[in-house]
Design a protein around this ligand. Sequence first.
Ligand code: HEC
Ligand code: HEC
Ligand code: HEC
Ligand code: HEC
Ligand code: HEC
Length: 375
Amino acid sequence: MSYRKAFIASNALMLAAFVWAFAKDFNAEWKPYQKQYYQMAADEMEKQAAAEKDEKKAAELKAEARKMRRTPLEIKQIIANDLGRFDRCVTCHVGMDEYTNTTLKNSFTEHPYKAHPKVDTALIKAHPFSKFGCTSCHSGQGLATQVDAAHGWVKHWEKPMLKGATIQGSCVKCHDNFETLKGAEIAAEGKKLFNKHGCQGCHAINGVGGVVSVELGDIADKPFERIAGYNFKKIRIDGKELPNEHHNNHWNLQNWIRAHLVNDPAAVTPNDPFAHYNAEPIPPSGMPDFREELSAEGAEAITTYLSGLTKEEIIPYRYHVTAAKAREPQLTGAANGKRVYEKYGCQGCHGLDAKQGRRRFNAAGEGQKEYDEKL
Ligand code: HEC
Ligand code: HEC
Ligand code: HEC
Ligand code: HEC
Ligand code: HEC
């Protein structure tokens, strides 16, 4: 083939690529949502206009509705510079865009058209979207304009969107006062349970606590690649395997944390006790089985608390709410002994109220029998 033909062919290819890119952009996933929002908002205004007795006002509303229908579609973003966030969530969640919907309220019932919950409370008043964006509380992928990508339900996005109770994890990273903060009750309960059950006996948080296992002060930053798919396959939540679908990806960090509390950790992290695959035996997880002590809600609360422990996100000083350290009760004698026992997490290994020891793979005793036999 002559150079000339190659040149013409490559031009044709370029043109095709250009047309393809144009078509792809034209059919972008966010467009129908935004368009639908404007139609719904306009319908609403027309309804109001029909009910309006004052003719002048009715005409105004109608004109506004017409304008709304003709609003050009565009990518919208909140630039929260201080927190280093560029969140395009409002491209689809238009009811939460302060420019389009100045009251931040509407009567729609479906996402992404619905208004944000609790706009009248401190939750939104103290954190205006224009300064905090969305991902500072919700995580997810701020720049993305496709549903699954934005919600972080795609491979290799390490911070999937927080929803339900786990959103409260985000309060922990900015609010040292989260233990008494309105709206962070579940995270506060999580911290209480963490200490009550003696997790700190084995896991330090910011250097405070035992060194038997990993420090959890930055557990929210744990990269997925450090958790093997093999381990995820062993997790059972409500007796079921975790689906590994692209959409609403369940193989995520929250479920990895939760898995340690609603499974026997030795089943999730069985390792290689018989040295089938390694030169030396690697015992199963030494973490106790907490299923008898912790309810599903308890596990959720601890998961929520731990999912806010990050060192990766740098929160500027003025976005950080400090709190005085809680004073420790002044006790004496045995009562003080109990306080010390609980504070340092002795119960992590010796059980609540020192009543029952916990499984250890190099120990022998009644509670150990079942495992000894299995092994
Ligand atoms: C391309 C459009 C689009 C973008 C961009 C988008 N969303 Fe959504 N969002 C949706 C749709 C559609 C739904 C409802 C259907 C669903 O849950 O998948 C939804 C639902 C939600 C829900 C409720 C989920 C549930 O299961 O209850 C939350 C929370 C949410 N979005 C937050 C965000 C955040 C935070 C961002 C930005 C990081 C974002 N969304 C960006 C379209 C979008
Ligand atoms: C200060 C933290 C914070 C910020 C900032 C924030 N949210 Fe939320 N969001 C929450 C909390 C907390 C809830 C749950 C409220 C409730 O119902 O108790 C929530 C609920 C939601 C829901 C409803 C979820 C459901 O289950 O129905 C959506 C959708 C949502 N947020 C999207 C957004 C978007 C988009 C932004 C940015 C414009 C944003 N949020 C900014 C904290 C925040
Ligand atoms: C990026 C940091 C950040 C995140 C995330 C965050 N907050 Fe805040 N919050 C602040 C700052 C800073 C203030 C103080 C605002 C002021 O003084 O005007 C505040 C104020 C508040 C207030 C009002 C003042 C008070 O102490 O009563 C409440 C309530 C509150 N936050 C609850 C929450 C809840 C609930 C969450 C989690 C869903 C959350 N915040 C997430 C930074 C954050
Ligand atoms: C007797 C010591 C011990 C106690 C007490 C203990 N753990 Fe663990 N934990 C471990 C060991 C060992 C591992 C590592 C093996 C594994 O993943 O199971 C671990 C792993 C974890 C992990 C996964 C960490 C990661 O980086 O993947 C989490 C999360 C966790 N523990 C939470 C808790 C919570 C919450 C409690 C209290 C309810 C608790 N642990 C109590 C020993 C302990
Ligand atoms: C990481 C698990 C773990 C934690 C946390 C832990 N212990 Fe122990 N403890 C053990 C083990 C294992 C033994 C048995 C050691 C041995 O026999 O050599 C033991 C033995 C003891 C004994 C001796 C019991 C006997 O019958 O001889 C006492 C007393 C004790 N621990 C007190 C404490 C106190 C107090 C704390 C908290 C400050 C604590 N332990 C925290 C694992 C732990």
